[in-house]
Write a protein that binds this ligand. Structure first.
Ligand SMILES: *[C@@H]1O[C@H](CO)[C@@H](O)[C@H](O)[C@H]1NC(C)=O
Ligand SMILES: *[C@@H]1O[C@H](CO)[C@@H](O)[C@H](O)[C@H]1NC(C)=O
Ligand SMILES: *[C@@H]1O[C@H](CO)[C@@H](O)[C@H](O)[C@H]1NC(C)=O
Ligand SMILES: *[C@@H]1O[C@H](CO)[C@@H](O)[C@H](O)[C@H]1NC(C)=O
Ligand SMILES: *[C@@H]1O[C@H](CO)[C@@H](O)[C@H](O)[C@H]1NC(C)=O
Ligand SMILES: *[C@@H]1O[C@H](CO)[C@@H](O)[C@H](O)[C@H]1NC(C)=O
Ligand SMILES: *[C@@H]1O[C@H](CO)[C@@H](O)[C@H](O)[C@H]1NC(C)=O
Ligand SMILES: *[C@@H]1O[C@H](CO)[C@@H](O)[C@H](O)[C@H]1NC(C)=O
Ligand SMILES: *[C@@H]1O[C@H](CO)[C@@H](O)[C@H](O)[C@H]1NC(C)=O
Ligand SMILES: *[C@@H]1O[C@H](CO)[C@@H](O)[C@H](O)[C@H]1NC(C)=O
Ligand SMILES: *[C@@H]1O[C@H](CO)[C@@H](O)[C@H](O)[C@H]1NC(C)=O
Ligand SMILES: *[C@@H]1O[C@H](CO)[C@@H](O)[C@H](O)[C@H]1NC(C)=O
Length: 840
C-alpha cells in the first residue's frame, strides 16, 4: 500500500489531467470558418464579417474553413424572421458548392454519417441548431436561404468528431529548410487524423423507439447483418414517413450497394416539404426501383434506374403504411402498399448493367436526402411456401446492431474522412506508417488491427473492408462465402505489413505476442497461395498488378514473410523465423527465375503477361530486396520507369493508355514507389515525384506553378488526374491516408531517421540517421522526432555547414544509434544529449 500523501498527489494529478484534457477537448471541439461572404451567388470568401445575415438581398453565404474539418454541423441563430428554410452544402473542393449534390452523394456503404452533401433545415427558433448527422470531411460550405425572410448567425461550424488535428502538438515531427517538403509532410499526417476515429464518437442518426420502431434519415439503406443468406423472399414491414419518403433495399449484398433499391415518396404535403425537394427525381406518391448503389449515377458507383411507378393513391405522411415486397420466380419483384399492388414486374424486362440480378441477399432501410421515416415489424417469408423465415420488430436497441448503425465499436482508421468510411485492410498500410511518423497514436493502430483480426475467417483471411457500425465478429458468417472473404487477396499482405510497421515503430511486442496466433494463421494462408509448379504466388484477385503468378503480389509476399520472420525472431520463435525466411528466399528465387526479363530490364507483370509491367511490380520487387542492385538500377532507368511516366506521376502499368482522359495517378501506388526510388539511389526522380504528386495537393505555389487554392484541403488525396487536379471528379476523397506516403518517407529519407533493419530496430531501440539522401535532395538542414518503444521521444537534427555536418541527438536511455555520413559511421548512446561535427 502506498503512503497516503502519494495517493492524494496521484489523485489530484489524475483530476488535473482529466480537467485539462476536458478543457483541451472543449477548446478543440468546434471548427469555425476562417472566411465567409454573403451575396446572391457562390463566391470566393475573403473576409470574416462579424455577423452573417441571410435575407432576400443576400440569400447565399459561402464559407471557407481554410482546410479539412469534420463533425456535426451547427448554427447559432440570433435573429429570425421566420420560419425559414436553409439549404446547406458541404464540399472538399470549392467547385462542389456549384453542383446540385455538392460533392456527393456517398452511397457506397453504411458509414455513420450523412450519405448526402446537401442538408436542409427548417429554422423555427433562435438559439443553437445542430444536425444529428456527421459530415466526415470538407473545407467548404454554403448556406442558402430557400424559403422565409431572414436570419442572423452569430456563430456556425462543426462540432468536431475527430481528434488530434493540431499538427503542432504531434509528438513526432519533421522539419527541413525546404518549405514545400514541410507542407507535403503535413498532408498525410492530417489526412490520417481525419480518418482515424475514437471509439464511440461516430454516432449514427438512427434511433429506436419501443412503439414507433427505428428512425432512418438521409443515409443509404443499411442491410441487416442477420439476413445475408436470404433468397426468393417476401419482406413485409410497417412504415411511417416523417418527411418526404423512405428508402429500402432487397437482394442486397452486405458490403456493397449493388442490390435492388426502392424509394417510396409520400404525398409531399406543402407544409412539410422542403422548397428544394427534387420533384422530378422523387415525384409525390411514387416508387423508384433501381439496381446498384443509388438512383443517380455517381462516378464509379453505377445506378440503373429501372422504373418510376405511380402509387394509385396518396401515401400520406405521418401515417402508418403496410409495405410488402415480393421476390419470386427467379426474376420478379412486386410491391404492395396497404394490400394494393403498386407494381409487379420481371427484372428481365430491364437493362440492369449487363448482369442478372440474383434474388438473394439481405434487406435493409434508409432514407434519401432530407427524407426520414420510421420502420417497424419487419417479417420475412419464403415466397414459395409462405413459411416465416425471420422477423425483427425494430422496436428495441438490437436494431442498431443488426443494421450496422452502432456508434463505431472501436477506435479505427477509415479509408477517408468523408468517403469510403470503412476499415480498409490494405489501405491501412500507409496510414500505419504515417501514424508512426506523426501522431504516434498507436492506440489507433491497435484498434484498427484488432477490429480487422476480429473478422478473421477459418482459412486465415481477414475481411477486406469491415464497416465500423457492424460487430466485426458477426460479419464472419454474414460477409464470408464458404469460409473465405471474397476480395482483393493482396490486401491480406498489406494488412500484415501494417502490423509489421506498427511493431517496427512502436516495439509493442506485447501486442505482437497477444495477436501472434492469428497472424500465424493468416501467414499459413499466404504460404498456401504459393504455386507448387513455379513457386509464384497465385491469388484469385488482387489490387496490385496481376493476381495469378504476379510480380507485385509475389514480391509483396517476400516482404511480408521477411517482416514475419523479424517479428517471430523478436518473440523468440526461432524455428518460425527460419521457416518464414526460407520461404521468402525460395519465393525470391522463383520470381527471379520466372519473371525477371532481361530484355525489358524489369520483372514481367506475371507468368502470363510477359511484356507488361507496372509501378507496383517495380516498387515491391525493389523494397522487398528481390531485385539486386544491378536489377534495381535497370528498373529505375528512364528506359523502364520512363515508360510509366504520366502527368504528375506514374501510371499503374504499361497497358494504361497515356491518352486516356480518365487515367488517374494513384498517390497510393506512387507512394509504394517512393521508398523504392530512395533505396535505389534515384534521389532526383524521388524529389521530382514528391514535388509533382504531393505538391499538386497544396495551395497554388507561384514559383513552381503547382497546386491550387480551390482544391487544397491540407490533406492527402485519393487520386490525381493527369493534369494534377483531383482524380475521379468531385467524388474523390481529398483526405485519404493512402495518398499520404510522403509523410513517413520524408522522415525516413529526407531527415534519414529510421529504425535499424531487423528486429533489433523495433521501437527505435537501435536506429540509424542517414543525412546523405536529404543532402542529395538539396536540404541544408533537417530534423525529426519520433516516439520510441518506451514512449520517450527520439529527437535528431542535422545542419550542413561549410566544412562540417553538425548533428544533434537527444535519444532516450536504452536506445542507441548510428549516424552514417561520408563513408564513416558514428555511434550514439541514448540517455543524454549528444552533438557532433562530422567532416564534410
Ligand atoms: C479525443 O480523445 C479523447 C482522449 O482519448 C477522448 O476522450 C475524446 O472523446 C476524443 N474526442 C473526439 C472528438 O474524438
Ligand atoms: C417548419 O416548421 C414550422 C413550425 O413548426 C412548420 O409550421 C412548417 O410546416 C415547417 N416546414 C417544413 C418544411 O417542415
Ligand atoms: C433533380 O434530379 C435530377 C435527376 O432526376 C437531376 O438531373 C437534377 O440535377 C436534380 N436537380 C436538383 C436541383 O437537384
Ligand atoms: C448510369 O450510367 C449507366 C452507364 O454507365 C447507364 O446505363 C445508366 O442508365 C445510368 N443511370 C442513371 C440513373 O442515369
Ligand atoms: C430461388 O429461385 C430461383 C429461381 O426460381 C431458384 O433457382 C433457386 O433455387 C431458388 N432458391 C431457393 C432457396 O429456393
Ligand atoms: C397493416 O397491417 C396490420 C396488421 O396486419 C393491420 O392491423 C393494419 O390495419 C394494416 N394497416 C393498413 C393501413 O392497411
Ligand atoms: C406477378 O405477376 C406474375 C406474372 O404475371 C404472377 O405469376 C404473380 O402471381 C404475380 N405476383 C403477385 C404477387 O401478384
Ligand atoms: C418452405 O421453404 C423453405 C426454404 O425456403 C424450407 O426450408 C421449408 O421447409 C419449406 N416449408 C414448407 C412448409 O414447405
Ligand atoms: C501454377 O502454375 C502453373 C504454371 O507454372 C499454371 O499452369 C497453373 O495454372 C498454376 N496454378 C494455379 C492454381 O494458378
Ligand atoms: C543480379 O541479378 C541478375 C539477374 O538475376 C544477375 O545476372 C546478376 O549477376 C546479379 N548481380 C549481382 C551483383 O548480384
Ligand atoms: C545505392 O547506394 C548504396 C550505398 O551507396 C549501395 O549500397 C547500393 O548498392 C546502391 N543501389 C543501387 C541500386 O544503385
Ligand atoms: C484551379 O482549379 C480550378 C478548378 O477548380 C481551375 O478553374 C483553375 O484554373 C485552377 N487554377 C490553377 C492555377 O491551376
Amino acid at each position: 500500500m502506498k503512503p497516503p500523501f502519494i495517493s492524494s498527489v496521484y489523485f489530484w494529478s489524475q483530476i488535473f489531467t482529466v480537467l485539462s484534457k476536458a478543457a483541451a477537448v472543449n477548446q478543440a471541439s468546434d471548427f469555425t470558418p476562417k472566411a465567409f461572404v454573403t451575396g446572391t451567388e457562390i463566391q470566393w470568401p475573403e473576409n470574416l464579417p462579424t455577423a452573417l445575415i441571410l435575407d432576400s438581398d443576400s440569400p447565399i453565404a459561402t464559407l471557407d474553413y481554410g482546410a479539412e474539418v469534420a463533425g456535426y454541423p451547427f448554427f447559432e441563430i440570433s435573429t429570425l424572421d421566420g420560419p425559414v428554410q436553409i439549404e446547406v452544402k458541404y464540399s472538399e473542393p470549392y467547385d462542389g458548392l456549384h453542383q446540385p449534390w455538392a460533392d456527393g452523394p456517398y452511397t457506397f456503404s453504411t458509414s455513420l454519417a450523412n450519405g448526402f452533401r446537401v442538408e436542409t433545415f427548417n429554422v423555427t427558433k433562435t438559439g443553437k441548431l445542430q444536425s444529428s448527422l456527421i459530415q466526415g470531411g470538407q473545407r467548404w460550405q454554403s448556406v442558402r436561404l430557400i424559403a422565409g425572410n431572414s436570419l442572423t448567425f452569430t456563430r456556425l461550424g462543426f462540432v468536431s468528431t475527430v481528434n488530434d488535428t493540431d499538427l503542432e502538438k504531434y509528438p513526432s515531427q519533421f522539419h527541413s529548410d525546404n518549405e514545400l517538403f514541410n507542407e507535403i509532410w503535413k498532408l498525410g499526417a492530417k489526412a490520417t487524423s481525419f480518418a482515424c476515429v475514437e471509439k464511440g464518437i461516430q454516432v449514427p442518426a438512427l434511433k429506436t423507439d419501443p412503439v414507433k420502431g427505428t428512425f432512418f434519415q438521409s443515409t443509404r439503406a443499411s442491410p441487416n447483418v442477420e439476413t445475408s443468406k436470404l433468397e426468393n423472399y417476401t419482406l413485409e414491414f410497417e412504415a411511417f414517413i416523417e418527411r418526404s419518403g423512405l428508402w429500402w433495399t432487397v437482394s442486397q449484398p452486405l458490403t456493397y450497394g449493388s442490390g435492388l433499391q426502392l424509394l417510396l415518396t409520400g404525398d409531399l404535403p406543402e407544409e412539410t416539404t422542403f422548397a428544394n425537394t427534387n420533384r422530378s427525381l422523387t415525384p409525390a406518391n411514387s416508387i423508384l426501383l433501381s439496381k446498384g448503389y443509388d438512383f443517380v449515377n455517381q462516378t464509379t458507383l453505377d445506378a440503373y434506374l429501372l422504373d418510376t411507378f405511380e402509387v394509385p393513391f396518396a401515401v400520406h405522411e405521418k401515417e402508418w403504411h403496410n409495405i410488402t415486397t415480393i421476390l419470386s420466380d427467379g426474376d420478379r419483384i412486386s410491391v404492395h402498399i396497404n394490400g394494393q399492388q403498386v407494381f409487379n414486374v420481371s427484372l428481365d424486362d430491364y437493362y440492369t448493367g449487363g448482369s442478372e440480378v440474383p434474388l438473394s441477399g439481405s434487406y435493409g432501410f434508409g432514407a434519401y436526402q432530407d427524407h426520414s421515416a420510421w420502420v417497424r415489424n419487419a417479417k420475412v417469408y419464403d415466397s414459395n411456401n409462405g413459411t416465416l423465415l425471420y422477423k425483427d420488430s425494430l422496436r428495441d436497441h438490437s436494431a442498431s446492431a443488426k443494421y450496422g448503425n452502432q456508434a463505431n465499436l472501436a477506435t479505427v482508421c477509415l479509408d477517408g474522412a468523408k468517403r469510403d468510411r470503412l476499415v480498409w485492410l490494405g489501405d491501412f498500410y500507409h496510414a500505419s506508417r504515417i501514424i508512426g511518423a506523426s501522431t504516434s497514436r498507436f492506440d489507433w493502430t491497435r484498434g484498427t488491427l484488432s477490429f480487422l483480426l476480429d473478422t478473421q475467417v477459418q482459412n486465415g483471411e481477414l475481411s477486406m473492408s469491415p464497416s465500423m457500425g457492424y460487430d466485426p465478429s458477426t460479419t464472419i458468417d454474414a460477409f464470408s462465402e464458404e469460409g473465405k472473404h471474397p476480395a482483393l487477396e493482396d490486401y491480406q499482405m498489406l494488412g500484415f505489413l501494417s502490423f509489421y510497421h506498427f511493431i517496427r515503430h512502436s516495439g509493442d511486442l506485447q501486442y505482437a505476442s497477444d495477436t501472434w496466433s492469428q497472424w500465424q494463421k493468416q501467414l499459413k494462408w499466404l504460404l498456401s497461395t504459393v504455386n507448387s509448379t513455379d513457386g509464384l504466388v497465385d491469388l484469385t484477385s488482387a489490387f496490385l498488378g496481376d493476381s495469378s503468378g504476379g510480380a507485385a503480389v509475389s514480391c509483396l509476399a517476400v516482404e511480408t514473410l521477411n517482416g514475419a520472420a523479424e517479428i517471430a525472431s523478436a518473440l523468440g520463435h526461432s524455428s518460425e523465423e527460419k521457416r518464414y525466411k526460407k520461404s521468402a528466399r525460395a519465393l525470391a528465387q522463383s520470381i527471379n527465375k520466372n519473371l525477371w526479363n532481361e530484355n525489358l530490364g524489369t520483372y514481367s507483370a506475371s507468368r502470363s503477361s510477359k511484356q507488361k509491367f507496372g509501378v507496383p511490380d517495380l516498387a515491391w520487387c525493389i523494397t522487398s530486396g528481390v531485385a539486386n542492385s544491378t536489377q534495381t538500377s535497370k528498373m529505375l532507368s528512364s528506359k523502364v520507369l520512363g515508360k510509366l511516366k504520366l502527368g504528375p506521376g506514374y501510371k499503374a502499368d504499361t497497358t494504361v493508355s497515356a491518352s486516356d482522359p480518365s487515367a488517374s495517378i494513384s498517390p497510393n501506388t506512387n507512394g509504394f514507389l517512393l521508398p523504392a526510388l530512395f533505396m535505389g539511389n534515384a534521389t532526383n526522380i524521388a524529389r521530382d515525384l514528391l514535388v509533382s504528386v504531393w505538391g499538386a495537393m497544396l495551395p497554388y505555389n507561384k514559383d513552381l506553378a503547382i497546386g491550387n487554392d480551390t482544391t487544397a484541403t491540407g490533406t492527402s488525396w485519393e487520386y490525381l488526374s493527369v493534369d494534377g487536379s483531383p482524380g475521379l471528379g468531385l467524388f474523390t476523397s481529398h483526405s485519404h491516408p493512402w495518398g499520404g506516403a510522403a509523410t513517413y518517407v520524408l522522415t525516413e529519407w529526407a531527415t534519414g531517421l529510421r529504425p535499424l533493419d531487423g528486429s533489433e530496430g523495433f521501437g527505435y531501440s537501435k536506429w540509424l540517421l542517414d543525412p546523405q539522401t536529404g543532402i542529395a535532395l538539396g536540404l541544408k538542414k533537417s530534423s525529426a522526432k519520433v516516439v520510441t518503444g518506451s514512449g520517450d521521444i527520439l529527437s535528431v537534427s542535422w545542419e550542413l555547414e561549410d566544412k562540417f555536418l553538425r548533428v544533434n541527438i537527444d535519444a532516450p536511455p536504452g536506445t542507441s544509434g548510428t549516424v552514417h555520413f561520408n563513408g564513416s559511421s558514428r555511434e550514439f548512446r541514448g540517455g543524454r544529449k549528444n552533438s557532433a561535427s562530422l567532416p564534410v
